[in-house]
Write a protein that binds this ligand. Sequence first.
Ligand code: GLN
Length: 390
Amino acid sequence: MLGAVTHSTARRLDGFGTTIFAEMSALAARTGAINLGQGFPDTGGPAALLERARTAIAGGDNQYAPGQGVSPLREAIARHQQRHYGIALDPDRQVVVTTGATEAIAAAVLGLVDPGDEVIVFEPFFDSYVAMVQMAGAVPKPVTLRVPDFRLPVEELRAAVGPRTRAILVNSPHNPTGALLTDGELAVLAEVACEHDLVVISDEVYEHLTFDGVRHRSLGSVPGLADRTVVVSSAGKTFSVTGWKVGWATGPADLVGAVLSAKQWLSYSSGTPFQGAVAWALEHVGDFVAGLRADLQSQRDLLCDGLGEVGFTVYRPQGTYFATTDIRPLGFADGLDFCRRLPDLAGVVAIPQQVLHLDPERGRPFVRWAFCKRSDVIKEALERLGKLRG
Ligand code: GLN
């Protein structure tokens, strides 16, 4: 008799089931609920950008791109960093194109962090950070951002750094809280990183999606951080093409070289026909991005005002696609249980933040709602959520 197969999931994936974003999108699809869970826009990117990708495919731009990305895109990314943040980059040595920011983060962790190293993460965190740290055999060390304004707890950050700390994983504008690091917080990060000679991996994918005139400042432009930070961003959020999965990492040549070394074994190279299109968009669709920012700001206000009227405590974000609420004023206590029942209760899907903490207890009553949806969709969701009111 042939032997039975006894494969099971490797231990490096212990504790990670399906990502909450996939679980909640599947729940929305199954129940027909309005999906305010996973952050993706329900309107398309700029028509001329979409046309460029179609033209590239029709024109035969369909074979492997160079591993580090096509040079027009690397050059456009370098000019973008210069224009917005005053960062000077050599596109040949300091820019690598990745399959979305998620791959850039994966490659940065794999390329820069050794097994047994510790990595500081700010929780609630985007879930791939801790998964990647664990897959690299490293140890995540959480520092918790707390309501009402999710400011950096400086003493807790200092206390979290130890002799094994290798890196800090930063995300600003921050998913899920929508907070942006202040100049003072950036200075603290620089001080801590320099004092302990740490590498910083900075996820800045929401860099252009900020509100109320608040502007993002890239960590790559901060003295003390510039020469030790891998800055990660992508086209997905800026141009409303999250499914294109075109991201990038920029920074000092040695750090970017490490990212490329890891990336070549992950995906080898990234989607060719999208790269030229994104290179073009980085310089030609400023009006689209300004319009997106304004639309998102009014959708944020619509959603936050409405959730407040329903009775949630709402923490209005300064950036991103997301607003955080506390569900306790409505008599609920557990966000995961609440979100799993929400399609039945009100025909809406949201994201429980406890799964974005190492200790779920710290995030239990908090739920994230996406407002990167058309106003009519948000209005309909709010009307449905009205059922939860006392
Ligand atoms: N970044 C998006 C979110 O936070 C989607 C992430 C994902 O599904 N991997 O909702």
